[in-house]
Design a protein around this ligand. Structure first.
Ligand code: HEM
Length: 117
């Protein structure tokens, strides 16, 4: 996508209550250092919901497309992803936050990219 990473760093303040960008520092949510390009559910030392784990098992990787769809409605995205890839969605994600504005999503994703080497 064509987001603006500098703007995305400001949008990230909405995420920072639950997510650190320091490697290995988990809060309510997993560290988002290196999350772009990573397999879902593989943040070190973090205990994910069953649903997030199932999405990982059926192959979910965080990239422009998947993050754009996830951030607008994580529960709906994960359920759809699991069922369209042969799984049976079970339970609820622990991420209840939704980022509705498309521009904010594109910008925060551009920022997340700067945190992956
Ligand atoms: C999970 C991004 C805001 C709580 C995740 C994941 C991503 C993400 C990509 C999946 C990580 C993985 O599979 O390794 C973001 C972004 C946010 C945001 C970009 C802001 C725009 C929040 C907020 C909260 C939160 C505000 C708390 C109120 C969580 C939790 C998980 C999670 C608890 C684990 C989900 C599970 O195990 O089901 N987030 N998040 N997030 N997030 Fe967020």
């Amino acid at each position: 996508a064509d987001g603006d990473a500098a703007k995305g760093e400001k949008v990230f303040k909405k995420c920072a209550a639950c997510h650190s960008v320091e490697p290995g520092v988990n809060k309510v949510g997993p560290s988002l250092h290196g999350v772009f390009g990573r397999h879902a559910g593989t943040g070190e030392g973090y205990s994910y919901s069953k649903l997030n784990g199932e999405a990982s098992e059926v192959g979910l990787v965080w990239n422009d497309e998947t993050l754009m769809d996830y951030l607008v409605d994580p529960q709906k995205f994960l359920e759809t992803y699991v069922s369209s890839n042969g799984g049976t969605p079970d339970g609820r994600t622990k991420m209840t936050f939704k980022l509705k504005k498309e521009k904010e999503r594109a910008d925060v994703i551009a920022y997340l990219k700067t945190l992956s080497d």
